[in-house]
Design a protein around this ligand. Structure first.
Ligand code: DGY
Length: 326
């Protein structure tokens, strides 16, 4: 009799480029509902599984690992970010964790670029103006936004996506590039003439601040009232990384009180924002529903890597993109 296929739980339908291979190779239970499985259901579904394909909406922690059981070998996250997973706990238990870097770098930088220009040039506000029937004539004093050409971009987190965003700003608008990161990036300094600066200098000098940092205990809430106060009143804040990097009520107050000019967000805290949250109602806040990686090639690439990670982990082999290798 053929060996039984390994049991896996796939917490959402992902592109066929990865899903079909997991279904073929495994005894796969796929959660096909549009909303994530409720916590209790998730904990039931993972029981006895050797592998789990998770999304950033699933909290993968000690309780999750306990519910799954000691046979769990691999958690393959369908995202480059893995702040939803307790990596230390996974490592302690010998569970491999995979992620999906690179394939979404350009798509995410494109979204940061789109949000920057949309917020700086008041594109969405203009569209609402038309939809509300308020457009009566061409207005010499109306809808005035911020210039982009040869301004200064401040990149917080000069990793792959930060670098791709900096390249767009330098190449597209000849911007001066400042960056803040734990590590110096020789590549950014040589290729883009980027300058490594302390956070306060970046906030004070930048016309646009785009955050591309990981979410962790050090970075959580780094964009708070004090940070927004240090920024220019004409500045635009862009966040395509994780919502909790900014303090949402402080961002609201900075935008409503004119501390900064505008914001472009692909992420919020929480996601989606509470219906009572006033932030989405502000005309100078452009918000997209966490769609930076939503292009055909990025999502297919993510699905392929996520499937590779899961299948390799089930076989006890090195993952293609292995978060806790070391
Ligand atoms: C990620 O990959 O971390 C994004 O936030 C979703 O694509």
């Amino acid at each position: 009799m053929a060996d039984a296929k390994p049991r896996v739980f796939v917490t959402r339908e992902i592109p066929a480029a990865g899903l079909d291979r997991m279904i073929e190779a495994c005894d796969a239970d796929v959660w096909r509902e549009p909303l994530p499985p409720p916590r209790e259901t998730l904990l039931e579904k993972v029981r006895g599984c050797e592998g789990v394909l998770s999304l950033l909406t699933e909290k993968v922690d000690a309780e999750f690992f306990d519910a799954a059981g000691p046979q769990l070998k691999v958690v393959s996250n369908f995202a480059v970010g893995f702040n939803n997973i307790d990596i230390a706990e996974a490592t302690r238990r010998g569970i491999r964790v995979g992620n999906t870097p690179d394939v979404l770098t350009d798509a995410t930088a494109d979204m940061a670029f789109a949000l920057l220009i949309a917020a700086a040039r008041r594109v969405v506000e203009g569209q609402d103006y038309i939809r509300d029937g308020r457009w009566k004539t061409w207005e010499p004093l109306g809808h005035v936004g911020q210039d982009l050409w040869e301004r200064t971009i401040g990149i917080v987190g000069m990793g792959r996506i930060g670098m791709a965003m900096a390249r767009r700003c330098r190449g597209g608008w000849n911007m001066r590039v400042l960056y803040h990161d734990r590590y110096r990036s020789e590549k950014a300094e040589q290729e883009l003439d980027a300058r490594h600066v302390e956070m306060d200098e970046l906030l004070a000098e930048s016309d646009f601040v785009s955050v591309h940092a990981d979410l962790n205990d050090t970075t959580r809430g780094m964009f708070n009232a004090a940070a927004f106060k240090k920024m220019k009143k004409t500045a635009v804040f862009v966040n395509t990384a994780r919502g909790p990097l900014h303090v949402q009520s402080d961002l609201h107050d900075a935008l409503a009180g004119g501390e900064i000019f505008a914001a472009g967000l692909d992420v919020t805290d929480p996601e989606p924002p509470e219906l009572s949250d006033p932030l989405p109602t502000l005309p100078n806040c452009v918000i997209a529903p966490h769609i930076a990686s939503a292009t055909v090639s990025s999502r297919n690439g993510m699905a392929e890597i996520a499937a590779d990670n899961l299948l390799l982990g089930l076989e006890g082999k090195p993952l293609r993109c292995w978060v806790n290798r070391d």
